[in-house]
Design a protein around this ligand. Sequence first.
Ligand SMILES: [Fe+2]
Length: 295
Amino acid sequence: MSITIRQLHPLFAGEVSGIDLRRPMSAAEVAAVEAGMDQFAVLVFHGQDITDEQQVAFSRNFGKIEQAVGSNVTKPEDRRLSLDIADVSNLDKDNKVLARDDRQRMFNLGNRLWHSDSSFRAVPAKYSLLSGRVVVTDGGNTEFADMRAAYDALPEATKAEIEGLVCEHSLLYSRGSMGFGPFTAEELVTFKPVRQRLVRTHPVTGRKSLYLSSHIGTIVGWPMPEARDFIRELAEHATQRRFVHAHQWRQHDLVIWDNRQLMHRVRPFDETKVRDMRRTTIQGEAPTVAQQEAA
Ligand SMILES: [Fe+2]
């Protein structure tokens, strides 16, 4: 069986058939998925009943797996899953639904803001691979916004204005914007802002895209309120419905998205229900801009 991809949205997103992710992939299959990712930026694979080990093995076809450290407030002894996997569930280490006022849960609510995974790391993420082990069907959609199309639709004057801009990204900013806190002294160090270009160029297709994320707190050299207003305006533009595809989860879906080309967010759902989602994340190849020590 060969891989086929059906486009799901006028601009992007594809549904893949003809592949079993539990089996080792041939070089041709890996190349077909990569090519599909370059074009569609998000790919949906239905009916993939995989284990953590199978997810990790499949993910390694696309690069190095980012370790799930420095990206949450979960204490090491409270982790439910291995460090190869980001726990995007609403569960504690005993597989119980997190309490409403649980710090982990409140921190994870930040995933409902439009963002790009790991934009708060100096070397940000390439792909995210999210496996729906136990899904909710009433709410809990993952929405994707095409940052290439959003860039293309900007006025030429705006494109010129933003071309060389550099933003500071941090979990302190995204979580702070929701009123989460206070942060511990250790978290303040771990979540120190990093710099990212506002306009990225895809290494394979050469397409430009807006590198937006709720993790952005300022633009280098700008007054912070002006930067936040400007970024909010760009984000409103970039998340218009015409740029957005909503994925409604089915049991055992695996969805891959390219964080270099998209933003995403999860939508609300009934949190008394179990939602067990597990993410592997592929590291990007390099920073988008040189880092500087914070003054
Ligand atoms: Fe995310």
